[in-house]
Design a protein around this ligand. Structure first.
Ligand code: COA
Length: 330
C-alpha cells in the first residue's frame, strides 16, 4: 500500500535525566502511597532534571543520539520542529536555541505547543514540509522538563510527571510504501482549562501574588481527562486503522502517549489488542508529555521490538485538549 506521506525514520534518539525518583519519595511528605500510585497510574519511578539541566540540554542529548544513528551531522538538518510545553524560555523558541547549540546552519526552527500530542503533531508537520519540498532532513523532538511546572505539594499531579526527550530524524523515503499511511489530529479548545498553567502568560503575568498562590504550576482536572482519554484513545486508533484499510492484526506495535497505565490498558482492551503489542514505559518515566512517544519509539527501535517495514501506530492526547494519531510503516 502506498504511504500517504512517504517518509523514513533515519535515526531516533532519546534522553532521560540520570536522577531517578521512586514513589517512596512522595510518601515522605505527601498523603499518598506507593500502592496508590502504582495501582492508579502504573508509575514506579520517574526521572528529574538536575538543577543545572533544563529542556534544551535534554533536547540536545536526544538530538545527538538521533544524528549518530542516522550517520548525519547538524549541518545536514534543514528544519527543526520542537514540541514542548516546558520551553527553555518563554521567548524565543527552544528550537532556535537548539539550532545554535547543535551548530546547525541558519535553518528554520520552531516550537509546537500541543502538550502531550506534541510529538505526533511535530511528525505530521514534518511530513507536510517534506511532501511539499520545503525540507529534506527534519529533526523533530518532543522534550520536557515537566517537573519544573509541577506543584510538588499537590499529590494529584506531583506523582504523575517526569522529564525526558525523544528525537527523530525523518527524510523522504525512496520506498513509496514506507511512511505515514494515515494520520488524524484535532483539538477541543473549550476544554483548555482541563490542564493549564494559570500564570506566566499574557493573561496573568507572573507576580509575587501569582507565585505565592502557586499559579505558575500546572492545574489539572485529572478525572475529566481520564474519561476523555479512555474514550478518545481507542476510537482514534480504530478510525486511523480504518482510514488506511489496515487490520488490527497487521499492527506490530501501538505506541500510546504514556499518561496512565489504566488508560493504555483500557484502550488496548477495547481494541482487542494484547498488551504484548503495546509499548509501555510509564513505570520508569511517568508522564513525560511530548517526550513520551519519542522515548518509547526510540526504545522499541533500539530493542528490536520494531524493524523496518513494520506497522506502528502512534496515538496521543493532551492539554488543549489536543489529540493526534499516525499509522506508520517504518
Ligand atoms: C490523576 C489520576 C491518576 C487520578 O486517578 P483517579 O482514579 O481518577 O482518582 P480521582 O481523581 O478520582 O481521585 C480519587 C481519590 O484519590 C485521591 N488522590 C488523588 N491523588 C492521590 C495520590 N497521589 N495519592 C493518594 N490519593 C490521591 C483524590 O483526592 C480522591 O480522594 P477522594 O475520593 O477522597 O476525593 C487519573 O485521573 C489520571 O491519570 N488522569 C489523567 C491525567 C492525565 O493524563 N494528565 C495529563 C494530561 S495529558
Amino acid at each position: 500500500m502506498k504511504a500517504r506521506w512517504a517518509i523514513e525514520f533515519v535515526g531516533t534518539g532519546s534522553y532521560a535525566p540520570e536522577q531517578r525518583v521512586p514513589n517512596d519519595h512522595f510518601t515522605s511528605y505527601l498523603d499518598t502511597s506507593d500502592e496508590w500510585i502504582v495501582q492508579r497510574t502504573g508509575i514506579r519511578e520517574r526521572r528529574i532534571v538536575a538543577p543545572d539541566q533544563s529542556t534544551l540540554a535534554l533536547s540536545e542529548a536526544a538530538s545527538h543520539a538521533a544524528l549518530a544513528e542516522a550517520g548525519l551531522t547538524p549541518e545536514d538538518i534543514d528544519l527543526i520542529i520542537h514540541a514542548t510545553a516546558t520551553p527553555e524560555h518563554p521567548l524565543p523558541s527552544t528550537a532556535c536555541e537548539l539550532q545554535a547549540t547543535l551548530g546547525c546552519r541558519w535553518i528554520p526552527a520552531f516550537d509546537i505547543a500541543a502538550a502531550c500530542s506534541g510529538y505526533v503533531y511535530a511528525l505530521i508537520n514534518a511530513a507536510q514540509f517534506i511532501q511539499c519540498g520545503m525540507a529534506r532532513t527534519v529533526l523533530l523532538l518532543g522534550s520536557e522538563s515537566l517537573t519544573r511546572i509541577t506543584d510538588m505539594e499537590d499529590r494529584g499531579t506531583a506523582i504523575l510527571f517526569g522529564d525526558g526527550a525523544g528525537a527523530a530524524i525523518v527524510r523522504p523515503s525512496t520506498d513509496p510504501e514506507r511512511g505515514i499511511l494515515a494520520a488524524r489530529w484535532g483539538a477541543d479548545g473549550s476544554r483548555a482549562k482541563a490542564v493549564y498553567v494559570p500564570a506566566g502568560g499574557s493573561a496573568e503575568p507572573s507576580s509575587i501574588r501569582t507565585v505565592n498562590e502557586r499559579l505558575h504550576y500546572m492545574k489539572m482536572q485529572g478525572r475529566a481527562i481520564y474519561k476523555f482519554a479512555v474514550t478518545m484513545m481507542h476510537s482514534l486508533v480504530a478510525e486511523t486503522l480504518d482510514d488506511a484499510g489496515v487490520k488490527l492484526d497487521e499492527l506490530a506495535l501501538l505506541i500510546p502517549h504514556q499518561s496512565n497505565l489504566r488508560i493504555i490498558e483500557s484502550a488496548a482492551q477495547r481494541l482487542g489488542l494484547g498488551m504484548d503489542r503495546v509499548a509501555v514505559n510509564i513505570d520508569r518515566y511517568g508522564n513525560t508529555s511530548a517526550a513520551s512517544i519519542g522515548l518509547a519509539l526510540d526504545e522499541a527501535r533500539k530493542e528490536g521490538r520494531v524493524k523496518p517495514g513494520d506497522l506502528v501506530m502512534l496515538v496521543a492526547f493532551g492539554a488543549g485538549l489536543t489529540w493526534a494519531s499516525a499509522l506508520i510503516r517504518l
